[in-house]
Design a protein around this ligand. Structure first.
Ligand SMILES: Cc1ncc(COP(=O)(O)O)c(C=O)c1O
Length: 332
């Protein structure tokens, strides 16, 4: 048992924390316990491994992004937010007792790496309290999100990135993280919980797949690297350098007429492949075509975040496309 420590000072988590290798191992354990048939998860957007781990249990994963955030070109400061009105009405539709958790992905990776405002999470917390729902933060890019809160949200300009992250984490009941991102490590993940009994269940399940809670499938070296990474990621110079470098690439691509998701996110440039390859119908996966072209032409590895990742089929095996056909150029 230990408390999660970010940047030196402990956060008031009451229960056990463990490291897991990698983030999706933590997801499998947490959502394996919370999920199951007839359970529903509501999120600003479930990352693909999150959705897969939830659906694997037989539960339903519902994304509720505001409509305006689906427009790649729209210039809004917090396009990663959850739609609060839709959240309220879906809780009534599905009934609170069937809702396993509300998950806020911070930043919102699958929606173009867009940030979530503190105001939005505060409102989500209030709604969760009203209905006694568990609030999970999937915070693999929590430091990056803090950067955007400080620079875009009124009232946070004088707070440090670390203070902002802690303020956000205090609002959650659980925190799950792929530490390969803002943990600055090449392998590892985290799961922290406030509820002792849930934490105990996760710890028990952990033993049969990853190992004991003292290491969760990671070597000591990897856990030490993660502890240091969680400190270093809040260094203002580091964060500024990383986010401005990504901007630099995105701004230059935009200037050359490449349609990119706006604003540029902190860790990746997302290309709007539906617009760039407008002659390729969604049934022929324009995003995947661009991924292949970039690799063949330039040896650049990137990922499709469109109908290959999120498309579904109807009963006649016809593709129900994703809302957008994006290609993510993530900066290592
Ligand atoms: C938001 C989010 N959640 C979960 C994961 C899964 O983490 P991992 O790749 O460490 O299993 C990722 C990975 O990219 C992610 O971006």
């Amino acid at each position: 048992m230990a408390s999660l420590r970010i940047g030196g000072e402990g956060i008031d988590w009451h229960a056990a924390y463990s490291s897991y290798a990698p983030g999706r191992a933590a997801e499998r354990i947490l959502y394996g316990i919370l999920g199951g048939k007839n359970k529903v998860f509501l999120s600003n957007t479930h990352f693909d491994t999150t959705r897969a781990n939830i659906e694997f249990t037989g539960a339903l994963a519902v994304d509720i992004m505001p409509e305006e955030a689906n427009d790649p070109e729209r210039d809004l400061p917090f396009k990663g937010n959850i739609d609060l009105e839709k959240l309220k009405s879906l809780i009534l539709d599905y009934k609170a007792e069937n809702i396993a958790a509300v998950i806020m992905t911070v930043t919102n990776n699958s929606s173009g790496g867009q940030p979530v405002s503190m105001q939005n999470i505060l409102e989500v917390r209030k709604i969760c309290d009203q209905h006694k729902l568990l609030l999970v933060i999937d915070g693999c890019r929590i430091a990056e999100n803090s950067y955007f809160v400080k620079h875009r949200e009124a009232g946070y300009e004088n707070k440090s990135y670390e203070e902002i992250a802690k303020e956000m984490l205090r609002l959650a009941d659980a925190f799950v993280m792929s530490a390969k991102k803002d943990g600055l490590v090449n392998m590892g993940g985290l799961l922290t919980l406030k509820d002792d009994s849930l934490s105990q269940q996760c710890t028990n399940l952990l033993i049969i797949s990853e190992g004991f809670a003292t290491y969760g499938g990671l070597s000591g070296r990897d856990m030490e690297a993660m502890a240091i990474g969680l400190k270093e990621v809040f260094d203002p110079d580091y964060l500024h350098y990383r986010i401005r470098s990504t901007d630099y690439l995105g701004e230059h691509l935009k200037a050359k007429g490449i349609p990119v998701v706006w604003h540029i996110s902190g860790h990746a440039v997302y290309i709007d492949a539906k617009k760039l390859y407008s002659k390729i119908p969604v049934e022929e996966y324009p995003g995947q075509a661009l991924v292949c072209d970039l690799y063949v032409q330039g040896g650049i590895r990137c990922v499709e975040i469109g109908s290959v990742m999120f498309g579904k089929y109807d009963e006649n095996k016809k593709l129900i496309p994703a809302k957008n056909e994006l290609v993510r150029l993530a900066i290592p």
